[in-house]
Design a binder for this molecule. Structure first.
Ligand SMILES: NC(=O)c1ccc[n+]([C@@H]2O[C@H](COP(=O)([O-])OP(=O)(O)OC[C@H]3O[C@@H](n4cnc5c(N)ncnc54)[C@H](OP(=O)(O)O)[C@@H]3O)[C@@H](O)[C@H]2O)c1
Length: 226
């Protein structure tokens, strides 16, 4: 399958890349001009270097793709560098979905967050990202994992590793022993990024099961062999 991937230079994208290659996908990916010298991916022949606000470059980059995958997002500590939720998260989701519509790319898979649509600026913004994709009438799959955890093998992006705050895995794991809270525990337990990526690859392979689905932690843990 030919994939256009945005957010490849982040913690999730770095884990997804080799797994998607191994699964046999043909990749074209987005790298921002301001980040191109911060990562070896900036000089990869599959990279397209432009800003996602450049509709012409985006249309060219996604042309012929079977699906768009987005791991784009920012965090408050980067607001001072010029990224914010409106531009990085919602703006990029909207740009990608609108481009998909213009160029006839049929599907988009988006990394969102557990609790999207809940209270607080971050969770409201995550639902706005999802809605920006749904609004374009594409086939979509939304992923709503809890706290992401980078692999222990040292895979790391220029944005660093993702780690669960001390005690959260034990706390949310323990919730699962309480009657009726098994799925809540699975939805909120910190989740390995590799498992999230496995979910994306499963969804790409099985549109009949995943188009129109919001994938929760419980669905991801069901893919785990352990
Ligand atoms: N971390 C968690 O625990 C967690 C939990 C649930 C959901 N999520 C969500 O999962 C997603 C990925 O998380 P992550 O930790 O892998 O992210 P990350 O390491 O911070 O990487 C973010 C990616 O988004 C790109 N990006 C940011 N602003 C952009 C913009 N304006 N235009 C184009 N690309 C832009 C970055 O590119 P540059 O390299 O150019 O900056 C990078 O590739 C985010 O949406 C996050 O909200 C995270």
């Amino acid at each position: 399958m030919k994939l256009f991937v945005a957010g490849i230079t982040g913690a999730t994208g770095q884990v997804f890349l080799p797994l998607a290659e191994k699964a046999g996908h043909e990749l074209v990916f987005h790298v921002r001009p301001k980040s191109k010298d911060k990562t070896p991916l900036g000089s990869d022949p599959r990279a397209r270097i432009f800003d996602l606000t450049d509709d012409g470059a985006l249309d060219d980059a996604i042309a012929g793709s079977d699906a768009i995958v987005s791991f784009v997002g920012t965090m408050r500590k980067r607001f001072s560098d010029g990224d914010d939720y409106a531009t990085s998260d919602v703006g990029s989701a909207r740009s990608l979905a609108k481009a998909a519509k213009r160029k006839g790319v049929p599907r988009m898979l988006l990394l969102s967050s557990v609790g999207a649509g809940g209270s607080g600026a971050y969770l409201k913004m995550k639902l706005a990202c999802e809605d920006a994709v749904r609004d374009e009438g594409l086939a979509w799959t939304m992923f709503r994992p809890s706290i992401l955890v980078s692999p222990a093998d040292g895979t790391e992006s220029h944005h660093g590793k993702r780690e669960a705050p001390f005690g959260t895995t034990a706390l949310f794991g323990a919730l699962g022993y309480l009657p009726g809270l098994g799925n809540v525990s699975l939805d909120y337990k910190p989740v390995p990024i590799a498992l999230v990526c496995k979910g994306f690859l499963e969804a790409l392979a099985h549109p009949e099961r995943y188009d129109g689905k919001v994938v929760l932690g419980r669905d991801l843990w069901a893919l785990s062999p352990s």
